[in-house]
Design a protein around this ligand. Structure first.
Ligand SMILES: *Cc1c(COP(=O)(O)O)cnc(C)c1O
Ligand SMILES: [Zn+2]
Length: 434
């Protein structure tokens, strides 16, 4: 890598080479230089901080990127660490014990495209990550930060998938891990966390209650790295790898349209950040692209704000089967509105019945079993086509963020054996399936 510096927004501080906070080893955060406020641009040292001391706006990682070439990235491992130069992680990250999510398949969805009337459609299938959701990406980056910061405890409030990813990564890293979930979660998501840790805490309340409790604990206890609270800026950067991979797997170019589920809104905004960085670094050609957000109507505060032309998101009380998207007060909601409006996309929502229908649609057309979040995204894609909000002649990518085995109940009463028969030929012949 050469050392010429490419600036990306937010611009690095004048003291771009400023040392990270005390006690950190050199290069602990790779090419990251500071945490910058998304609202006022104020910068603070890299550390376990998430709110701007000036205006309380959210902090985001700022970098001074060296020149990065396609060849350097392609020579890397087939996981997210091939993009380590673009992440707040040390250069030796591949060799330190950690999880290796990413480089999931980008599948050309010809059957689904034909069914929906789209010319070219891809599914970015993140259900094949180590704990079967895209959360392994963000957790890997948060774990790196927790290690570099010398955190004692690795923790999170979660709607389910994050708990699975944190519990698994924490077990492998041998760090004390405590995860907090709403007590009404789907059984598979509870078991998928509990199997990795004996410190799973079920909280009587919804995700927003669990999140509030986590912030309180983070304030009271020293040395806790709550992946999506006090190390959130580092965690969030992991979602950029979805954007990098989509571009690289398309042959180093950007798609025309991307449909992304929205819970806190972090993933959607980071896919956009990834595309912007690839353009700035000259790794892809600059071209217009549209980003679309997907929510379930039972928790659609961002979609509602989009449709009302609002800049702020009014919190709601979630009531939907899409529990992994059930964040009533989404931290990145306003930034999702910005990205979708700026790129010419929209935020749309569908009913729980449409979510169930879309899970079966994706399964029967592409052989992919998605969870309710993916049902939401595919169902919104369908609605966008039917309502003319998405251009069917343009190349489209839909992101599948999780696995259907975690939300079996959602479709358990829709799909069943065609017949239950005696083990005889006559009984089979009578079914009409021959
Ligand atoms: C967490 C999650 C999302 C959305 O994440 P945000 O970045 O908070 O918007 C989408 N799909 C699944 C399956 C998730 O677990
Ligand atoms: Zn600020």
């Amino acid at each position: 890598m050469s050392t010429s510096v490419v600036e990306t927004s937010p611009a690095p501080a004048e003291n771009a080479e400023a040392k990270p906070g005390h006690g950190l080893r050199e290069g602990a955060f790779g090419n990251a230089t500071a945490l910058a406020c998304r609202e006022c641009g104020h910068q603070v040292d890299l550390g376990p901080f998430y709110a701007c001391p000036e205006c309380f706006g959210p902090l985001e990682v700022a970098y001074a990127f060296p020149t990065v070439t396609r060849a350097e990235i392609e020579a890397g491992p087939r996981n997210i660490w091939r993009y380590k130069a673009l992440l707040p992680v040390p250069t030796d990250i591949e060799t330190s014990p950690n999880t290796e999510p990413g480089f999931t398949r980008l599948l050309e969805a010809t059957n689904l495209a034909a069914t929906l009337g789209l010319e070219k459609l891809w599914v970015k299938d993140d259900s094949t990550n180590p704990t079967n959701s895209f959360k392994d990406r963000v957790v890997a980056c948060a774990l790196s930060a927790a290690r570099e910061l010398g955190s004692r405890v690795f923790a999170c409030p979660s709607t389910g998938n994050l708990a699975n990813a944190v519990a698994a990564a924490g077990a492998r890293a041998g760090i004390k891990t405590v995860v907090f979930i709403p007590s009404n979660l789907e059984t598979p998501k509870v078991v998928n966390s509990a199997v990795f840790t004996d410190s799973l805490v079920a909280v009587e309340g919804n995700y927003d209650d669990v999140n509030k409790l986590a912030s309180e604990i983070a304030g009271e206890e020293d040395g806790w790295a709550f992946v999506n609270v006090n190390v959130r800026p580092f965690y969030a950067e992991g979602s950029k790898t979805l954007g990098y991979e989509i571009a690289e797997q398309l042959g180093w170019r950007l798609p025309d349209q991307v449909v992304i589920p929205v819970a806190s809104g972090s993933q959607l905004t980071k896919v956009d950040k990834a595309f912007q960085e690839l353009i700035t670094l000259g790794l892809v050609e600059d071209k217009p692209y549209k980003i679309f957000g997907a929510q379930a109507t039972g928790c659609s505060p961002v979609s509602a704000a989009f449709k009302d032309g609002k800049k702020v998101v009014r919190p709601v009380k979630p009531d939907t089967i899409a529990k992994s998207l059930a964040i009533g007060n989404p931290a990145d909601g306003p930034y999702v509105l910005d990205v979708c409006r700026r790129t010419g996309g929209v935020v749309e929502d569908i009913s729980d019945d449409e979510v169930r229908e879309a899970i079966v649609l994706l399964a029967r057309t592409e052989g992919i079993f998605t969870e309710t979040a993916g049902g939401t995204t595919v169902g919104v894609l369908k609605k966008l086509v039917e309502t003319g909000q998405l251009d069917t002649s343009l190349e489209t990518v839909v992101i599948n963020t999780g696995h259907g085995l975690k939300t079996l109940d959602a479709v358990a009463d829709r799909v069943a054996p065609a017949a239950t028969i005696a083990p005889t030929y006559a009984a089979f012949a009578a079914t009409g399936l021959a």
